[in-house]
Design a protein around this ligand. Structure first.
Ligand code: IMP
Length: 200
């Protein structure tokens, strides 16, 4: 079976990507399984640039086909923040997902509701430096003040999906892995699909 390296050290992302791509005949491996210690600095100006930068770094270190994603949460009232800086948003050293959510809420309290927000994901599949596929996915929702649900990661407990009346963390993986920004980006990655189905 063809093997693809996931260009992320985030176990939550690995689990999600594995579930989303379970229908494809590929084996996904984590950097840690190969003893790889790669942590590229995300200096890109877009999700695509950061995703490509991660894909290139992990490909260079492994020589393998690599799947990368870069994602973030854009809040309308904050002019699209935290966006590319979603992971580094909280000023607290060693901030947790919970800290990042609290910090985001603190920036919005007192502002008119609903607090419209969109998750973005840009996925890149890199087979070689010149054979690259990319795809972008989004999901719209609202940031809420209370934490609800225990599934997912990051901002999921405060990301409310109005059509479902629940947060992404309450909806859980069956819903998220069909409808999230990541699921939508991966669904559009035609190069990964065609390559995985090609005979060796
Ligand atoms: P990156 O793609 O690793 O740079 O992730 C950026 C940050 O965006 C993560 O650390 C999370 O805080 C947030 N994020 C990305 N994807 C998700 C998601 O699916 N749910 C909730 N938060 C997310």
């Amino acid at each position: 079976m063809k093997t693809v390296l996931i260009a992320s050290n985030n176990d939550h992302k690995y689990e999600e990507i594995s579930a989303i791509l379970a229908h494809l005949p590929i084996r996904l491996v984590k950097p840690a399984e190969l003893g790889l210690n790669v942590d590229p600095t995300e200096t890109g100006a877009t999700y695509f640039e950061n995703s490509l930068l991660k894909a290139r770094a992990f490909h260079q270190a492994s020589g393998m086909p690599v799947l990368a994603d870069d994602s973030g949460l854009e809040v309308e009232l904050l002019g699209g923040e935290p966006g590319l800086h979603s992971h580094r948003f909280s000023p607290k050293p060693g901030a947790s997902d919970h800290d990042r959510c609290l910090y985001l809420i603190s920036k919005l309290v007192g502002k008119p509701k609903p607090w419209h927000a969109t998750f973005h994901c840009h996925a890149v599949f890199l087979i070689s430096p010149t054979l690259i596929g990319a795809s972008h996915g989004t999901v719209r929702g609202e940031i809420i003040e209370e934490f609800r649900g225990s599934n997912g990661f990051g901002y999921d407990p405060i990301f409310f999906v109005p059509s479902e009346g629940k947060t992404m963390a309450e909806l859980g993986s069956p819903y998220k892995n069909k409808n999230s920004h990541r699921a939508r980006a991966l669904a559009g990655l035609d190069l990964l699909k065609s390559w995985s189905l090609e005979a060796d």
